[in-house]
Design a protein around this ligand. Structure first.
Ligand SMILES: O=C(O)c1cc(=O)[nH]c(=O)n1[C@@H]1O[C@H](COP(=O)(O)O)[C@@H](O)[C@H]1O
Length: 232
Protein backbone atom coordinates (compact mmCIF):
# COMPACT_ATOMS: atom_id res chain seq x y z
CA UNK A 1 0.00 0.00 0.00
CA UNK A 2 1.20 3.49 -0.85
CA UNK A 3 4.81 4.57 -0.43
CA UNK A 4 4.24 7.52 -2.68
CA UNK A 5 4.84 11.26 -2.56
CA UNK A 6 1.67 13.34 -2.97
CA UNK A 7 2.30 16.89 -4.20
CA UNK A 8 -0.02 19.47 -2.62
CA UNK A 9 -0.94 21.75 -5.53
CA UNK A 10 -1.95 24.71 -3.39
CA UNK A 11 -2.38 27.21 -6.21
CA UNK A 12 -5.18 29.69 -6.86
CA UNK A 13 -5.64 29.12 -10.59
CA UNK A 14 -5.75 26.44 -13.24
CA UNK A 15 -3.09 28.24 -15.29
CA UNK A 16 -0.60 28.24 -12.42
CA UNK A 17 -1.32 24.59 -11.59
CA UNK A 18 -0.96 23.31 -15.14
CA UNK A 19 2.22 25.33 -15.68
CA UNK A 20 3.59 23.75 -12.49
CA UNK A 21 2.67 20.21 -13.59
CA UNK A 22 4.03 20.77 -17.10
CA UNK A 23 7.53 21.06 -15.63
CA UNK A 24 7.38 17.35 -14.75
CA UNK A 25 7.29 16.44 -18.50
CA UNK A 26 6.87 12.64 -18.60
CA UNK A 27 6.38 12.12 -14.84
CA UNK A 28 2.90 12.04 -13.32
CA UNK A 29 3.14 12.81 -9.61
CA UNK A 30 0.22 11.96 -7.32
CA UNK A 31 -1.56 15.34 -6.95
CA UNK A 32 -3.45 16.76 -3.98
CA UNK A 33 -6.17 19.27 -4.84
CA UNK A 34 -7.16 21.23 -1.76
CA UNK A 35 -9.53 24.03 -0.84
CA UNK A 36 -7.64 26.84 -2.54
CA UNK A 37 -7.57 25.28 -6.02
CA UNK A 38 -10.99 23.61 -5.76
CA UNK A 39 -12.70 26.80 -4.59
CA UNK A 40 -10.99 28.72 -7.41
CA UNK A 41 -11.66 26.34 -10.27
CA UNK A 42 -14.35 23.88 -9.17
CA UNK A 43 -14.79 20.25 -10.25
CA UNK A 44 -13.44 20.85 -13.77
CA UNK A 45 -9.87 21.14 -12.47
CA UNK A 46 -10.20 17.66 -10.93
CA UNK A 47 -11.36 16.20 -14.27
CA UNK A 48 -8.63 17.99 -16.19
CA UNK A 49 -5.78 16.80 -13.97
CA UNK A 50 -7.21 13.28 -13.89
CA UNK A 51 -7.40 13.26 -17.71
CA UNK A 52 -3.70 14.13 -17.76
CA UNK A 53 -3.01 10.83 -16.01
CA UNK A 54 -2.41 11.86 -12.38
CA UNK A 55 -3.83 10.11 -9.33
CA UNK A 56 -5.75 12.62 -7.21
CA UNK A 57 -6.24 13.13 -3.48
CA UNK A 58 -9.19 15.54 -3.09
CA UNK A 59 -8.57 17.31 0.21
CA UNK A 60 -11.71 19.22 1.17
CA UNK A 61 -11.73 18.12 4.83
CA UNK A 62 -15.49 17.78 5.16
CA UNK A 63 -16.93 18.36 8.64
CA UNK A 64 -20.68 18.84 9.17
CA UNK A 65 -23.73 16.93 10.33
CA UNK A 66 -23.86 13.35 9.00
CA UNK A 67 -26.62 13.96 6.45
CA UNK A 68 -24.90 17.00 4.92
CA UNK A 69 -21.57 15.19 4.63
CA UNK A 70 -23.23 12.10 3.15
CA UNK A 71 -24.95 14.19 0.45
CA UNK A 72 -21.82 16.21 -0.32
CA UNK A 73 -19.80 13.00 -0.61
CA UNK A 74 -22.40 11.55 -3.00
CA UNK A 75 -21.89 14.56 -5.30
CA UNK A 76 -18.08 14.31 -4.99
CA UNK A 77 -18.23 10.58 -5.80
CA UNK A 78 -19.03 11.59 -9.40
CA UNK A 79 -15.47 12.87 -9.65
CA UNK A 80 -13.03 10.07 -10.35
CA UNK A 81 -10.64 10.79 -7.47
CA UNK A 82 -8.41 8.19 -5.81
CA UNK A 83 -8.48 9.53 -2.25
CA UNK A 84 -10.77 11.91 -0.34
CA UNK A 85 -10.81 13.15 3.25
CA UNK A 86 -13.02 14.47 6.04
CA UNK A 87 -12.48 15.43 9.67
CA UNK A 88 -12.49 12.59 12.21
CA UNK A 89 -13.80 15.15 14.74
CA UNK A 90 -17.17 14.85 12.99
CA UNK A 91 -17.71 11.59 14.93
CA UNK A 92 -18.31 8.03 13.73
CA UNK A 93 -21.86 8.77 12.53
CA UNK A 94 -20.50 11.42 10.16
CA UNK A 95 -17.74 9.14 8.90
CA UNK A 96 -20.21 6.29 8.30
CA UNK A 97 -22.47 8.70 6.39
CA UNK A 98 -19.53 9.87 4.30
CA UNK A 99 -18.61 6.33 3.37
CA UNK A 100 -22.16 5.53 2.36
CA UNK A 101 -22.42 8.72 0.31
CA UNK A 102 -19.15 8.31 -1.55
CA UNK A 103 -19.78 4.69 -2.57
CA UNK A 104 -20.92 4.62 -6.22
CA UNK A 105 -23.80 2.44 -7.44
CA UNK A 106 -21.28 -0.14 -8.76
CA UNK A 107 -19.69 -0.41 -5.28
CA UNK A 108 -16.49 1.43 -6.22
CA UNK A 109 -15.17 4.36 -4.19
CA UNK A 110 -11.98 6.32 -3.52
CA UNK A 111 -9.91 5.70 -0.40
CA UNK A 112 -11.64 7.61 2.40
CA UNK A 113 -9.41 8.96 5.16
CA UNK A 114 -10.01 11.09 8.24
CA UNK A 115 -7.92 14.02 9.46
CA UNK A 116 -6.99 13.38 13.11
CA UNK A 117 -5.20 16.44 14.51
CA UNK A 118 -3.78 18.89 11.97
CA UNK A 119 0.00 18.80 11.67
CA UNK A 120 0.00 22.54 12.39
CA UNK A 121 -1.42 21.89 15.89
CA UNK A 122 0.91 21.39 18.85
CA UNK A 123 -0.04 19.34 21.90
CA UNK A 124 -0.10 22.53 24.01
CA UNK A 125 -2.51 24.35 21.69
CA UNK A 126 -4.71 21.27 21.41
CA UNK A 127 -4.93 21.07 25.20
CA UNK A 128 -5.25 24.80 25.92
CA UNK A 129 -7.35 26.02 22.96
CA UNK A 130 -9.29 22.92 21.91
CA UNK A 131 -9.69 21.74 25.53
CA UNK A 132 -8.64 18.19 24.74
CA UNK A 133 -6.93 17.08 27.98
CA UNK A 134 -4.90 14.22 26.46
CA UNK A 135 -1.53 13.78 24.82
CA UNK A 136 -1.33 14.31 21.06
CA UNK A 137 -0.61 10.62 20.58
CA UNK A 138 -3.62 9.49 22.63
CA UNK A 139 -5.88 11.89 20.72
CA UNK A 140 -4.66 10.83 17.28
CA UNK A 141 -4.96 7.16 18.28
CA UNK A 142 -8.53 7.63 19.53
CA UNK A 143 -9.56 9.40 16.31
CA UNK A 144 -7.85 6.72 14.23
CA UNK A 145 -9.70 4.00 16.15
CA UNK A 146 -13.01 5.78 15.48
CA UNK A 147 -12.17 6.08 11.78
CA UNK A 148 -11.30 2.37 11.60
CA UNK A 149 -14.49 1.44 13.43
CA UNK A 150 -16.51 3.56 10.97
CA UNK A 151 -14.99 1.53 8.13
CA UNK A 152 -12.65 4.19 6.75
CA UNK A 153 -9.43 3.26 4.96
CA UNK A 154 -7.01 5.35 6.99
CA UNK A 155 -6.11 8.69 8.50
CA UNK A 156 -4.16 11.88 7.96
CA UNK A 157 -1.70 12.31 10.82
CA UNK A 158 1.91 13.33 11.31
CA UNK A 159 4.62 10.74 10.56
CA UNK A 160 5.35 10.83 14.30
CA UNK A 161 2.08 8.97 14.94
CA UNK A 162 2.09 6.69 11.88
CA UNK A 163 3.77 3.72 13.56
CA UNK A 164 1.36 3.66 16.50
CA UNK A 165 -1.63 4.00 14.15
CA UNK A 166 -0.44 0.94 12.21
CA UNK A 167 0.12 -0.99 15.44
CA UNK A 168 -3.41 -0.27 16.63
CA UNK A 169 -5.40 -0.29 13.38
CA UNK A 170 -3.40 -2.72 11.23
CA UNK A 171 -0.69 -2.46 8.59
CA UNK A 172 -3.26 -1.97 5.81
CA UNK A 173 -4.87 1.03 7.52
CA UNK A 174 -3.41 3.88 5.47
CA UNK A 175 -1.36 6.70 7.01
CA UNK A 176 -1.19 9.86 4.90
CA UNK A 177 1.27 12.27 6.46
CA UNK A 178 1.77 15.99 5.74
CA UNK A 179 4.11 18.14 7.83
CA UNK A 180 7.11 17.19 5.68
CA UNK A 181 10.21 19.37 5.46
CA UNK A 182 13.76 18.83 4.25
CA UNK A 183 16.33 18.84 7.06
CA UNK A 184 17.41 22.41 6.25
CA UNK A 185 13.88 23.63 5.41
CA UNK A 186 11.66 26.27 6.98
CA UNK A 187 8.76 24.82 9.03
CA UNK A 188 6.37 27.69 8.26
CA UNK A 189 3.02 27.04 9.99
CA UNK A 190 3.70 23.31 10.44
CA UNK A 191 4.48 22.01 13.95
CA UNK A 192 4.65 18.20 13.92
CA UNK A 193 7.29 17.94 11.21
CA UNK A 194 9.68 15.28 9.88
CA UNK A 195 11.90 14.86 6.82
CA UNK A 196 10.84 12.46 4.03
CA UNK A 197 13.50 9.98 5.23
CA UNK A 198 12.21 10.10 8.82
CA UNK A 199 8.63 9.61 7.54
CA UNK A 200 9.80 6.49 5.74
CA UNK A 201 11.50 5.13 8.88
CA UNK A 202 8.39 5.92 10.95
CA UNK A 203 6.19 3.86 8.60
CA UNK A 204 4.15 6.50 6.70
CA UNK A 205 2.39 5.14 3.62
CA UNK A 206 2.13 8.46 1.79
CA UNK A 207 3.80 11.79 2.43
CA UNK A 208 2.03 15.01 1.40
CA UNK A 209 4.45 17.74 0.39
CA UNK A 210 3.50 21.27 -0.67
CA UNK A 211 5.80 24.27 -0.29
CA UNK A 212 9.10 22.34 -0.10
CA UNK A 213 8.31 21.37 -3.72
CA UNK A 214 6.04 24.14 -5.06
CA UNK A 215 8.18 26.99 -3.70
CA UNK A 216 11.53 25.38 -4.58
CA UNK A 217 13.79 26.98 -7.18
CA UNK A 218 13.67 23.63 -8.99
CA UNK A 219 10.37 21.88 -8.11
CA UNK A 220 11.13 18.74 -10.12
CA UNK A 221 14.48 18.26 -8.35
CA UNK A 222 12.76 18.84 -4.97
CA UNK A 223 10.09 16.27 -5.86
CA UNK A 224 12.74 13.76 -6.92
CA UNK A 225 14.64 14.33 -3.68
CA UNK A 226 11.42 13.59 -1.74
CA UNK A 227 10.86 10.39 -3.72
CA UNK A 228 14.48 9.29 -3.18
CA UNK A 229 14.45 10.01 0.56
CA UNK A 230 11.01 8.44 1.08
CA UNK A 231 11.26 5.34 -1.07
CA UNK A 232 14.94 4.35 -1.43
O1 LIG B 1 -5.36 16.96 4.96
C1 LIG B 1 -4.25 17.45 4.63
O2 LIG B 1 -3.80 17.26 3.52
C2 LIG B 1 -3.46 18.14 5.67
C3 LIG B 1 -3.69 17.74 6.99
C4 LIG B 1 -2.83 18.17 8.01
O3 LIG B 1 -2.95 17.77 9.17
N1 LIG B 1 -1.81 19.02 7.69
C5 LIG B 1 -1.60 19.49 6.41
O4 LIG B 1 -0.64 20.24 6.19
N2 LIG B 1 -2.46 19.09 5.39
C6 LIG B 1 -2.28 19.63 4.02
O5 LIG B 1 -1.00 19.24 3.52
C7 LIG B 1 -0.40 20.30 2.79
C8 LIG B 1 0.94 20.63 3.43
O6 LIG B 1 1.56 21.67 2.70
P1 LIG B 1 3.01 22.20 3.05
O7 LIG B 1 3.03 22.60 4.49
O8 LIG B 1 3.17 23.37 2.10
O9 LIG B 1 3.97 21.06 2.75
C9 LIG B 1 -1.38 21.46 2.77
O10 LIG B 1 -2.08 21.43 1.54
C10 LIG B 1 -2.32 21.16 3.93
O11 LIG B 1 -3.63 21.62 3.65
Amino acid sequence: MGKDVIVACDFSSKAETLAFLDQFSGRKPYVKIGMELFYAEGPSIVREIKARGHQIFLDLKLHDIPNTVKKAMAVLSRLDVDMINLHAAGTRAMMEGALEGVTRPDGSRPLVIAVTQLTSTSQTRMQEELLIPRTMEETVMAYAANAAQAGLDGVVCSPMEAGKVHEACGRNFVTVTPGIRFAEGDKGDQVRVTTPAQAKDLGSDYIVVGRPITAAADPVAAYERCVREFTD
